[in-house]
Design a protein around this ligand. Sequence first.
Ligand SMILES: CCC[C@H](NC(=O)CCC(=O)O)C(=O)O
Ligand SMILES: NC(=O)OP(=O)(O)O
Length: 320
Amino acid sequence: MNTFINVEDIGNLQQALAEAQEIKNDRFKYQHLGKNKTLMMIFFNNSLRTRLSTQKAAMNLGMNVIVLDVNAGAWKLETERGVIMDGDKSEHLLEAIPVMGCYCDLIGVRSFAGLTDREYDYAETVLHQFIKYSGRPVFAMETATVHPLQAFADLITIEEHKTKARPKVVLSWAPHCRALPQAVPNSFAQWMNAADVDFVVTHPEGYELDPKFVGNARVEYDQMKALEGADFVYAKNWSCPGVTSPADYGKILSKDMSWTIDAAHMAVTDNGKFMHCLPVRRGLIVTDDVIESPNSLVIPEAANREISASVVIKRMLESL
Ligand SMILES: CCC[C@H](NC(=O)CCC(=O)O)C(=O)O
Ligand SMILES: NC(=O)OP(=O)(O)O
């Protein structure tokens, strides 16, 4: 495995899930793979879970880890080509990337969508510059349009907690005070479409996800109807993906608090489990009682980020 961006990169899902369970049962089983190998994790944006779980996974696999917060101590980086760098940016990404590649064997990148230029974001411009210029295997730690480590952990969690062979999984939009990326719902939809689940997406009109990710999933604009009989409720906010209204890309179209997941929403599910990638804004996305309920999986879901990262890093180390 040289890149980890989309669900296809992990290959057969049942095999990947079996590998995840094997590693979960013995996290240090493959400690020999990473000896004298270095993972470099590069963050253009904040993180708690990704930063901690991916470093833990790399250490479980015997690796050394270097973490770079680009906006805290590194030179401010220019990402555009063809510009005269006479402003506040001292270094170009196209020098910084191959230099970083000199110091490591694997690279993880976090670089959120700018939410102003849809073409730039959906081309995964920054991620592909790392892939092209670093000379190293690269995995996404949430980039402009994807968060595959999260989606893989979400699928592991659903597999662990499902009570039916083919559970109903509902991705529900919820209101937020900021314009957030589409990366998490994009990858969640992509991975659920590839998995053996009854997948439904629900959101207000205008928030249609890019067809590349939502595929042929059923989209239901009536949230309560979508939630009927759900086994898993995956709540997440996202800004306008610019599919039905390109001019609205990255904008907040709704702050309708009737979409906040509360006990009434969960009451129409089939004893549904609540999921969210975290960090979550209580009171906006979900009520305290729901996220604190015995049916909330947000903590085991976050714990599985160590496992999804372990499988991916293991696969990359085996390919070196
Ligand atoms: C894993 C999720 C990362 C990010 N979340 C946020 O940026 C939340 C920021 C906030 O709530 O202020 C997102 O929605 O993509
Ligand atoms: N879910 C997730 O990726 O969390 P962080 O943004 O804290 O890494």
